[in-house]
Design a protein around this ligand. Structure first.
Ligand code: NCD
Ligand code: ZN
Ligand code: ZN
Length: 355
């Protein structure tokens, strides 16, 4: 097979940022995906329908300015609200009914980038969870405990046991997406869980294990949260993604940080994979002899879980060696342009998006 044409996919987890960084990254996502679930962890976080509406307009304007009218017309950002302990459930429900808010995002406070306004005590948001359950609005979860006495490589598995399983038992009708899963524990839990539980899987967790962060020296470009785990987990994630099971779908977690913010004494967590996302997934499915399952993972399982229509157009990937640049231009401010290091920088991928 030299070309692969599939139904146009969606990205069910992406960070588009704001301001100059949004201008730098938005078109890369819009070029590949018809829709994207946009994460709300801005500063300040997106916590209301009004903020989500305004952010959606900034995203559409950025795609138009940097990619043109046709690209903007073919791309729909799906907005999320950042759950805090004081969020207004009535506003979430109204935003959902209006079509402004697609889902709500739960960040345990302190778990990841810009999560300090997140939730410390789940009991404080019981009324919000009851509302989501009642109206069928999905809850998207960054699934890691934050206790410093739990080893960082165990935080996802411990979250599942201590937080997620009890939460699902308390709210059996709640639609939950466990985002960016990184362990065989998570894949098993989602696979054996109820139909209202699903998971997104990133390209980077399908390609790298934790050794990547230490290969020949400290490699901040491979640092993200949840952090990559042992090889056995990567193998389990590849099996889950390519299995055809509708509970697993595409979510890049593309999370740009300027190069200097990553290559620093306290480097930021996040991998910028948007420019090569589909090529990166295609390489995995190809290596697993599962190219015939890429379309379901990328374009069917997500919309079915969210209760949204499948996209109508197609995209085409060609089997051709493609060198990924070492650096890309990031945010422009005045006469200064920051640098972004894309995932797979300096590597050759065997696929290219051609249409
Ligand atoms: C994300 C970011 O930078 O916003 N970082 C990351 O490592 N994944 C936050 C997140 O998705 O947890
Ligand atoms: Zn996260
Ligand atoms: Zn994320």
């Amino acid at each position: 097979m030299q070309q692969l044409t599939i139904r146009r996919p969606d990205d069910w987890h992406v960070h588009l940022r704001d301001g100059a960084m949004l201008q730098a990254v938005a078109a890369a996502t819009a070029r590949q995906f018809a829709r994207a679930i946009v994460m709300p962890n801005l500063r300040p976080p997106v916590t209301t329908t009004a903020m989500a509406r305004a952010y959606r307009e900034r995203i559409q304007a950025a795609v138009r300015t940097t990619g043109g009218d046709a690209l903007a017309a073919g791309f729909t950002p799906l907005m999320t609200a950042y759950l805090t302990e004081t969020i207004d459930p009535a506003d979430l429900a109204a935003g959902h009914a209006e079509g402004v808010l697609t889902a709500v995002k739960l960040y345990p406070a302190g778990a990841t980038t810009n999560s300090d306004a997140g939730v410390r005590d789940l009991a404080a948001i019981t009324p919000v969870l009851e509302t989501l359950e009642r109206i069928g609005m999905p809850l998207l979860i960054h699934g890691e405990v934050t206790d410093s006495d739990i080893d960082i490589f165990d935080r996802e598995a411990v979250f599942i046991e201590r937080v997620l399983a009890p939460l699902l038992a308390r709210h059996p009708g709640l639609k939950v997406v466990l985002e960016h899963i990184t362990t065989s524990d998570a894949a098993d839990f989602v696979r054996s869980g109820p139909a209202n539980l699903a998971a997104t899987i990133t390209p980077h967790h399908l390609h790298i294990n934790r050794n990547a962060m230490f290969a020949g020296g400290l490699r901040p470009d491979f640092y993200c949260l949840p952090v990559a785990k042992r090889e056995l987990h990567r193998i389990a994630l590849r099996a889950a993604a390519t299995s055809g099971n509708p509970k697993f779908f595409l979510g890049t977690d593309s999370a740009p940080h300027e190069r200097h913010a990553k290559e620093s004494a306290c480097g930021c967590a996040g991998i910028y994979n948007a420019p090569v996302a589909l090529e990166s997934y295609a390489a995995v499915f190809d290596a697993e002899s599962a190219l015939d399952r890429l379309e379901a993972f990328a374009s069917e399982h997500g919309p079915r879980f969210y209760g949204l229509p499948l996209n109508s157009g197609t995209i085409t990937l060609e089997r051709v060696d493609t060198l990924v640049p070492d650096r890309l231009d990031g945010a422009v401010s005045g006469d200064h342009t920051t640098e972004l290091v894309p995932f797979h920088a300096g590597e050759t991928l065997g696929w290219k998006l051609v249409g």
